[in-house]
Design a binder for this molecule. Sequence first.
Ligand code: AMP
Length: 320
Amino acid sequence: MFNDIYNLIKEFSTIVIARHVGPDPDAMASTMALKDSILLTFKEKKVYSVGSGSNRFIYFGRLDKIENPEDALLIVLDTPDIRRIDGINLADYKKIIKIDHHPFVETFADIECINDKASSASELVLDLINETPLLMNKEVASKLYLGIASDTNRFMFNNSTGNTFKKVADLIEKYNLEIDKLYVPLYLRPINEVRLEGYIGLNLNVTENGVGYIKLTKDLLDKYNVDAAAPGNMVNNFNYINEVLVWIFFTEDVKNENIRVSARSRGPVINTALAKYNGGGHKYASGARIKTMEEIDPIIEDLDYLCKKYKEESGDIVEN
Ligand code: AMP
């Protein structure tokens, strides 16, 4: 399959690379690294990495704009379904490739390269480069390292296999990556976000069976002077709470007229529960966008039930 992808890349002189809305470091890293690698290999090609921008990820490189792509190849990374692709009309493209590590949702590409066991889209791009004549340099290696490190939460999640470690070790050795320096822009945050994280810790509600949840209104975000994307960037940090198996943030997003839902689990599978609410994602890292505050309570109830079942099945019954 990687050879088929390489052949299409070779064939087209204009290539557009897209990823999901509300990008995270893996979405940014994988798209930027693939763009850099294609340009390194084929200097004459026009390659555009598109999607809405965010200052937060400026260190991955600048995004491009393309008005009317003609005779172009589209490569969609890190996105399982059409509705989550950022700013692309699929009908504008002659051929489409999908490279993704989410559980399958729908087919929309001529080549569907899906491996939901892969740690990250960045790891799949690394495999693609390793197994085809596409070239790599320190810049590409650094971006891919960050994408993998971020989606595995610094190699803590069980999506980091022995193979992931071997591949990353190769990158570090071959390209002399200074990982302490690489991590700085990834983890550096404004003090306002740290203060908001403190607020969340102080005010997190915990249900009977271990769902930690919090509602973050626009007024609260304004008070801390952070945007609606900020809470989603700190949700991974709540992984160590004894009383909490599943945790979920509901953040009012006035600009997009919805409520951002970000959920994580260290027990029950949660993406199927959020699929009921127009969401999706991975088994233990899932999200959704809902329209009204009324939808919040049923979601918490569903997750609480999942925690209860999980505890019963794993024999982890907490006596009150
Ligand atoms: P987040 O909490 O935003 O980091 O998202 C966690 C995972 O859920 C990622 O794989 C996202 O791509 C996915 N996800 C987030 N929001 C949605 C949504 N509205 N629909 C489907 N998947 C989502």
